[in-house]
Design a binder for this molecule. Structure first.
Ligand SMILES: CCCCC/C=C\C/C=C\C/C=C\C/C=C\CCCC(=O)SCCNC(=O)CCNC(=O)[C@H](O)C(C)(C)COP(=O)(O)OP(=O)(O)OC[C@H]1O[C@@H](n2cnc3c(N)ncnc32)[C@H](O)[C@@H]1OP(=O)(O)O
Length: 188
């Protein structure tokens, strides 16, 4: 998707195979974890990203830049824009492929400033899969799904087992998350 892509994906890949129970086109995706900085509704200065399935390999997410997200006066902080893409790309991988995966590598190109008050439409596409490696990229467009491209990103997600989260994260919170998302099949 990114027009800066050179050799992307960087390895030979297979076409992504969406999960048979992946949400259909037009589905608005819910918050995956209420304490998630990217989408959670219990994080005061979080990004509160909202995502909708566009087709079986594309998810469109929106991120509205608020004053808490500033770097320079009136402009979004670049690191937070990267975080927005991490969330949007991760949501694309998790919801369409329905596998637990973590970001292994994320690169971001900042093409034009993103002002406070604007909404970034992040159009993310699954590009290919090579074993545990999932390649995904996105364009961030200003104020409309067909607005000018302000930010682009490409990422590698790596599929992990549930033990990744159990060993390194908060096992109790993970169990509670699993109870709320029986369809994810992540119950330890
Ligand atoms: C819990 C919920 C799960 C539910 C799933 C179901 C549904 C989900 C639905 C919705 C989810 C919605 C939204 C999600 C939203 C946001 C997601 C945010 C995601 C994050 O924010 S997540 C935090 C940041 N993330 C980390 O905290 C990772 C730390 N890291 C590690 O935990 C390890 O590093 C790991 C696991 C990545 C790999 O470790 P490992 O030992 O398992 O495997 P290994 O090292 O062998 O890598 C395997 C192959 O990937 C290649 N590879 C690896 N890294 C590379 C790199 N950087 N560059 C180039 N290639 C790389 C290797 O070269 C090898 O390639 P090859 O196989 O060809 O040799």
């Amino acid at each position: 998707m990114s027009d800066t892509a050179q050799n992307w994906p960087p390895v030979e890949v297979q076409d992504p195979k969406p999960h048979p129970d992946a949400p259909a086109k037009g589905t608005t995706l819910g918050v995956h974890y209420s304490h998630c900085f990217g989408c959670g509704d219990e994080v005061d200065a979080g990004l509160r990203i909202r995502s909708t399935v566009d087709d079986d390999t594309v998810v469109v997410s929106t991120f509205t830049v608020s004053p808490e997200h500033q770097g320079a006066p009136g402009l979004a902080h670049g690191g937070l824009l990267s975080a927005a893409f991490d969330e949007a790309l991760g949501s694309t991988v998790g919801n369409l492929l329905r596998v637990p995966a973590v970001t292994g590598r994320l690169e971001t190109d900042f093409r034009s400033p993103v002002p406070v008050g604007s909404t970034l439409y992040i159009v993310a596409k699954l590009d290919g899969v090579a074993g545990r490696k999932i390649y995904v990229s996105a364009d961030g467009r200003l104020d409309a799904e067909d607005g000018p491209v302000a930010v682009q990103a490409r990422a590698l997600f790596v599929t992990v087992g549930v033990e990744h989260f159990l060993e390194h994260g908060d096992a109790q919170q993970l169990r509670e998350l699993g109870e709320r998302h029986a369809d994810w099949d992540i119950n330890p």
